[in-house]
Design a protein around this ligand. Structure first.
Ligand code: AMP
Ligand code: ZN
Length: 498
């Protein structure tokens, strides 16, 4: 089976042929570690996690190397340290761990290597020296700049000419630049900022050279896939290509360039600078506190997969909740026909040559793969009329349930972990957390029943409205009244009814 991937570089969907099937190599630009990751930052993590799983399936888990960096030297980090008065190392170490914890909650596998930029300064300096020696970079006033005019293909990835780029980009004009498009490889650091000794004085690297140097060190001068959000295509990826191709003209740098579209809020990219973001941690905590859901992470993961990675996706929380409901249903109907746990071989067979896998092979069509799961789960819900023989009926269901189990697992969901998304689970959790209010609710339910008997409808309605306001759902039936706590249950509103 062949994986087809859309290559930004050629603007075509192409059959993916690795340079070396024994070692398929992928680099994805990682976070700058100064703050919690927002939901948009999670999108490339989930997208390339699915690709990583697919590559491991096709080429073998031991034959794929996935590298994702941490940018731990950056002016945003310096600014955060200055405003908080905390040491830089403390901020980057803490934020790095936050990122790992939050992405683990989303079910993302850790890459094989997660290099920190500050551990690769000598490689960056060596690459910059190589660029100067080859006439692609120049030192000026403690800076080293890449000479954009020295690389004829500059702009090819994003399809721009140098003139377009000058016109469209907010390029920093500086006296030491020969051409306004020239970009910084190295810049001087004053004593109070992080800096390393170099042939150009004490300084620190520019952002773009970090990825070029780390990718070269860990994956070589030619590797298979380079990924990131499409907001990185220009200038970051364009600059990575220029640096790497000019320092190592014998190599291709990355063969296939993949870019995920943006997660949006009301039609605009979710971003720190626009202030329209919420962090993954906010959601994890909020759904735990308000809903009693231990980990909403799988629902965020599914939500991010429900759009194709080259289409925008809307961040509205109602969608995340709908994704939680879908996962709870997948869990419930599969659990009902609970198959035996699957062996690795069985899983492989159930995935191979399936329509589910075909969807993923086609440029990671996760929405189509999810539809395949939906179709199977709906077969678990119905009792087909032609099944008179109950035994064959349950065997069929078990077979389908096995398939669902394998497919759900392949997308990175821990099946047993989905139980906590089912309402029966989180409602019980909400109830047991609010045990102290059970008696109050019971008493009010009783009082309402009595008020109705006495035709004191004003009091009965007041209690009913109070329940609605507090987030208690009541259901009346011939057997009496039952109640449930809704997410966001607010006991103070009940107190007012006493
Ligand atoms: P940053 O820390 O801003 O460099 O971003 C880290 C990664 O998150 C990069 O691959 C970005 O392309 C990606 N990213 C940032 N914002 C969004 C968004 N709203 N939607 C999808 N990806 C994003
Ligand atoms: Zn990068």
């Amino acid at each position: 089976m062949t994986i087809k991937l859309y290559n930004t570089r050629t603007r075509r969907k192409e059959a993916f042929v690795p340079l070396d099937p024994e070692n398929v190599r992928m680099y994805v630009c990682g976070p700058t570690v100064y703050d919690r990751a927002h939901l948009g930052n999670a999108r490339p993590v989930v997208v390339f996690d699915v690709l990583y799983r697919l590559l491991r399936h096709e080429f073998g888990a031991d034959h794929v190397t996935y590298v994702r960096n941490f940018t731990d030297v950056d002016d945003k980090i310096n600014a955060r340290a200055a405003e908080s008065g905390r040491p830089i190392g403390e901020i980057t170490a803490e934020t790095t761990q936050w990122f790992l914890d939050d992405m683990a909650a989303l079910g993302a596998l850790e890459p094989d290597a997660m290099p920190r930029a500050t551990a690769y300064i000598p490689q960056m300096v060596a690459m910059i020296e190589e660029l100067i020696a080859r006439g692609h970079a120049y030192a000026a006033e403690g800076h080293v700049l890449f000479a954009v005019e020295s690389y004829a293909e500059y702009g090819a990835l994003s399809g721009r000419t140098v003139e377009d780029m000058i016109a469209g980009a907010r390029v920093e004009v500086a006296p030491y630049k020969r051409n306004p498009m020239d970009f910084v490889l190295w810049k001087p650091s004053p004593a109070d900022l992080p800096g390393w000794d170099s042939p150009w004085g004490r300084g620190r690297p520019g952002w773009h050279i970090e990825c070029s140097a780390m990718a070269h060190e860990l994956l070589g001068e030619s590797f298979d896939i380079h990924g990131g959000g499409n907001d990185l295509m220009f200038p970051h990826h364009e600059n990575e290509i220029a640096q790497s191709r000019c320092a190592h003209p014998e190599g291709d740098f990355a063969r296939v360039w993949m870019h995920n579209e943006m997660l949006q809020v009301e039609g605009k990219k979710m971003s720190k600078s626009l202030g329209n973001f919420f962090t993954v941690r906010d959601l994890l905590d909020e759904y735990d506190e308000r809903f009693g859901i231990e980990n909403i992470g799988p629902a965020i993961r599914l939500r991010l997969m429900q759009s194709h990675y080259r289409s925008p996706v809307d961040a509205a929380l109602s969608y995340v909740e709908a994704s939680a409901t879908k996962l709870a249903e997948w869990w419930f109907w599969t659990e009902l026909h609970r198959p035996e746990p699957l062996s690795e071989d069985e899983k492989f067979e159930l995935i191979n040559e399936s329509p589910f896998l075909s969807a993923l092979l086609d440029d990671l069509n996760t929405p189509a793969a999810i539809s395949e799961i939906d179709a199977k789960v709906s077969q678990l819900r119905v009792i087909p009329e032609n099944h008179t023989n109950i035994e064959s009926y349950s065997n069929d269901k078990e077979k389908i349930a096995k398939q669902v189990l394998a497919w759900i697992g392949f997308l990175g969901f821990d099946f047993d972990g989905l139980k906590q998304l089912h309402p029966s689970h989180w409602q019980n959790r909400l109830k047991s957390r609010n045990l102290e209010f059970n008696e109050l609710i019971e008493n009010l339910v009783k009082e309402r029943a009595e008020a109705r008997l006495e035709k004191n409808f004003a009091r009965a309605d007041k209690i009913r409205d109070g329940f609605i306001a507090a987030g208690v759902t009541i259901k009346d039936s011939s057997e009496g009244t039952t109640w449930e706590l809704k997410p966001g249950f607010d006991p103070s509103k009940l107190e007012a009814l006493k």
